[in-house]
Design a protein around this ligand. Sequence first.
Ligand SMILES: Nc1ncnc2c1ncn2[C@@H]1O[C@H](COP(=O)(O)OP(=O)(O)OP(=O)(O)O)[C@@H](O)[C@H]1O
Length: 264
Amino acid sequence: MATHTGGLTVTAPEAGAAVRIEGLVRAFGGRRVLDGLDLSLRAGEFVAMLGRSGSGKSTVLRALAGVDHDAGGEGVLSAPAHVSVVFQDARLLPWKRVLANVALGLTGADAEERARTALAEVGLAGREDAWPVELSGGEQQRVSLARSLVREPELLLADEPFGALDALTRTRMHALLARLYERHRPAVLLVTHDVDEAVALADRIVVLDGGRIAADLAVEVPAPRRPAGAEYAALRERLLARLGVDALTGREDDGPESRYAPHD
Ligand SMILES: Nc1ncnc2c1ncn2[C@@H]1O[C@H](COP(=O)(O)OP(=O)(O)OP(=O)(O)O)[C@@H](O)[C@H]1O
């Protein structure tokens, strides 16, 4: 990571840790979207981040990906050297075949073999020579996951990776991500709007509001975490309440914008 504004200390994480953020500040046009944010992830921990639209979730991911050099503050920002990012759209290069997309930038004599293995892991063996345009949205997202995981990241940042998929495909992708996570064990920070997706996949769920982590809850719902049972319902209700959404009506309260303290 290169220069950051202010007195932010950018370091590598300590042993056993994947992410350490303390006092992170990010302002746009004088408005502090992140206002002294603290967040830590242990190595191999799966954390989902919920928060309303505009609360700054993608801004946190950009700071961790090392692409936002204007993130600042007086605290600490630690992320591992090997970080992969998956977005809502697969962002494949349309002029390269599927295998070449996964192998892109890999070095070593076994690069192509590793890319093939990764494609097989996401259920796309046999589609190596297809063009991205020939794949469905879900398949493209599988390629995107393969491209991320073949790099064996210590941290996987996922920004609503399944948000554009239909419900059935999304459920299948949850199972796939859970399997890949078990096998590769990166730390994962998954941004989602979907409370059920967060509960299904994560060990811990944090809620971003007012520029900080407003709630930090361990998921202690027994597997398989289907939307049934008292523990599931209780956790879901707590999360929706933190998001300012009425669990029964789906109605939102006045919104976090009204709770932002203006900063100059
Ligand atoms: N480059 C930028 N310039 C100006 N404002 C920005 C920029 N990037 C983000 N913002 C603002 O910061 C706020 C947080 O944006 P961010 O994309 O992090 O929110 P989010 O929680 O990921 O939202 P969503 O859930 O809708 O994707 C928004 O109000 C957004 O308009």
